[in-house]
Design a protein around this ligand. Sequence first.
Ligand code: SF4
Length: 362
Amino acid sequence: MPPVNLLAIPEPEIKVFRRRLLFWFAGNKRDIPWRRTRDAYRIWLSEIMLQQTRVAAVIPYYERFLEKFPTVQTLSRAKMETVLSRWAGLGYYSRARNLHRAAKVIVAKHDGRFPRDYEDTLALPGIGRYTAAAVLSIAYGQPFAALDGNVARVISRLGAVRGDLRAPALWRKLETTTEDLLDQRAPGDWNQAMMELGATICTPKSPRCEECPVAGWCRARKLGIAGELPATRKKRSTVDVTLAAAVLLDPRGRTLLIRQPGGDGALFSNLWQFPAVETTGGESAAGLADHLSEKLGITLNGNFTPLETARHSVTFRNIRLVPFLIRVARLPRLAGSRVVELSRIETLPISNATRKIANSTV
Ligand code: SF4
């Protein structure tokens, strides 16, 4: 076996190290729905939902999603809009779109079974090296090491590794180390044990070293620098955005929603939303009226009644939502729009921002 290069753990001790961590995991792992299954579809779904999202937030979405789409076949047959509405509220909607596309590929090319081959798995939309390794090891017991931010943090502390962990050269060393550490006999449990240690004990802030099963091998702890590692990355600076939105309301309590096309970089792409436009703070009503008239051909005589403003964040954007209630005798019919009762918009795929605006009307 090659040396575990970033950790400098003597070769004879590696087996003990693995045993300690696996023993700790067996006795301390959290009881989470996707840990009760070996179904690759369910494990894959959980891994996709867990990207950028905490375990506690994912659980209700995971269960609701599986009620509607219990198998990869049911997911592949569903309309994208239905998939998005089950995903609504979880954010990062490209994950749901890729999941849906990948389900179609699995049914068309792999006989409805999640692939066992690493390259076939990587070829699926929305699946990178980490997700492929996690699903194949947990569902099928294949010896692939999963390296994510949690695992990288644990290794950086065990080995007292300084520097930007996401720098390509250092990330490659972390990958090699993760592969060397992998327990070949229990790769799924091993990967989960490393992640669990990072999620519950070796946490980003204030690691609980006194409870750590592998503290005896930890160089950062010995040096007293566990809390300083890994080095914090420079964050992309946030941008403040003001979004003025029009809640048009007809006498029957119905409103107009439009769907914004665009790639994943677009705000709320492919979700139903109130007509809206980015404005400067003091001119929201005027900017919105111009937008409605020039871009959507909606000329309004009614008053713009300001509703309660709200805050919303999307990746690096801090959005101030400035909604207006505009009562109209009749809603316009536009291509790419739909008329729906305001009280029922939750049945459509909408973003949290749209939900916040709707809440400001009650
Ligand atoms: Fe992390 Fe502390 Fe364990 Fe080291 S001893 S791996 S810093 S929890």
